[in-house]
Design a protein around this ligand. Sequence first.
Ligand SMILES: [Zn+2]
Length: 255
Amino acid sequence: MGMKKIIIIALIVTVAVGLGVKFWPKHPTTFNVANKTQGQASNKTNTPASTFDKTQYSTTDPSSIWVVVNKQHPLIPKNYVPADLVVPAVPLRVPGNESMQVRQVTAIALQTMFAAAKAQGINLMLSSGYRSFAYQTALYNGYVKTQGQAVADTQSARPGFSEHQTGLAADIEPTSEQCDVDPCFGNLPEGKWLAANAYKYGFIIRYTPGNQAITGYVAEAWHVRYVGTALSNEMRSTGIETLEQFFNISGGPNY
Ligand SMILES: [Zn+2]
């Protein structure tokens, strides 16, 4: 090998290394991101969040704040009535109506949440809370009569399968009654406030977009479910949106 060839090879190597140096930083960056993610993940195992006790409350007892009610899991018994129904001290859509009641824990949380919202210029109202087996029967049969069972099943839970019967669920609307039980609620300041803040008061938005195959329902920006702040915070921090996923419980659109 002559000196010229060696010089040429040396030049090529130098250029190649130079290019490599230019391009390599991408890889260390990637590794840094990966390491960081791993670091965060391992940190997470040391935080109380990961030691969250998912068996702390029953998911089948209808009186449990963690009960999971969906089309695969009716209330047991189906005619369950909560023992501590009260009318919360918040604006009510239909004062005097049975559906203006919720369970005691839900009432306290609603009152706290509505007061916090009001302090920020967001005026909320209870549209519908507790619905009895009989109430749900009438509601569901009304849909069946006018639209047929197939359509009714997409719009209303069958009696014994409604989360509203637990006294832990509430449909919320603005006091203006704008977008009552309507997808447009999610675009109102009230709907956005609820989505951003409900977890602070122990509520989750029960039916979120893209999860119909899991929950059995299309998104309902107005429907909150009381689960307590421990669970609502845990679901928020882990990014798990549905009770079905969190507790690994079956659900979906079929009865
Ligand atoms: Zn609802």
